[in-house]
Design a protein around this ligand. Structure first.
Ligand code: ADP
Ligand code: MG
Length: 213
């Protein structure tokens, strides 16, 4: 069982669908502890990615080519914190996936590279109520699943579940990075929008993999 370029394209399509479907939820989460633009930012960004994908004459040769298209498009169309953060995550992930197929180790490398990108760009550690709180447990769960011999689809499903648990665990946290940190203690009691959107992105990756199995 491996992941291929068609999987990567399907992942992007499913991500565009899910961030559109959850746009209002993400807007509301960001309205509570930020400026309310997160859902709009991502829906616009991934709509732009889809247009570029549809305009390609032929499918990209490598998984990394698909992820680089996502990276450059998000960087140029999504403002705020999330554009550069996700842009760097996808760029790092694209460098880790310069291949036409990924096995379980490859899926782990993708998730770890994305986490690395977010941390490099945003300089947040775990527990600061950011998307790092979704990607950190996701990467750990991916490693553990692969170590137990899970196929790529299960590696991604484990990562997605851990990301959602990590997102929910941001609720009691006080934000110390990003716009939500301006609220100080008042940021506690709310789910971090970026952690939630990270969990949606990983769920889309897992669903695309399950559909390909
Ligand atoms: P902005 O805060 O500029 O309006 P968005 O609303 O699109 O940008 O994104 C907000 C999300 O970005 C937050 O919920 C958080 O998850 C994430 N974020 C903000 N700053 C950082 C950071 N330094 N490191 C990691 N993630 C961050
Ligand atoms: Mg915002």
């Amino acid at each position: 069982m491996t992941l291929d370029v068609a999987w990567a394209v399907d992942w992007v399509r499913r991500t565009a669908a899910t961030v559109t479907e959850h746009r209002d939820e993400l807007v509301e989460l960001d309205r509570l502890i930020g400026d309310g633009d997160h859902g709009e930012n991502l829906a616009r960004g991934f709509a732009a990615v889809l247009s570029k994908l549809d305009a390609l004459e032929e499918p990209p040769a490598q998984i990394g080519d698909v992820l680089r298209l996502v990276a450059t498009t998000l960087m140029s169309t999504v403002g705020g914190a999330a554009g550069p953060l996700y842009g760097t995550a996808y760029l790092r992930a694209s460098k880790a996936t310069a291949t036409s197929v990924l096995d379980s180790e490859g899926a782990v490398a993708l998730v770890e590279a994305a986490l690395d990108g977010v941390v490099t760009r945003g300089k947040a550690g775990p527990g600061e109520k950011t998307m790092v709180d979704a990607w950190t447990p996701a990467a750990a769960a991916a490693v553990e699943a692969a170590d137990h011999g899970a196929p790529p689809s299960e590696v991604l499903a484990s990562a997605a579940r851990a990301a959602q648990e990590g997102a929910e665990a941001t609720i009691p946290l006080v934000a110390t990075k990003g716009r939500a940190s301006y609220l100080g203690e008042r940021s506690a009691g709310h789910l971090d929008p970026g952690a939630r959107s990270s969990a949606l992105i990983l769920a889309a990756a897992a669903e695309a993999a399950a559909a390909a199995d």
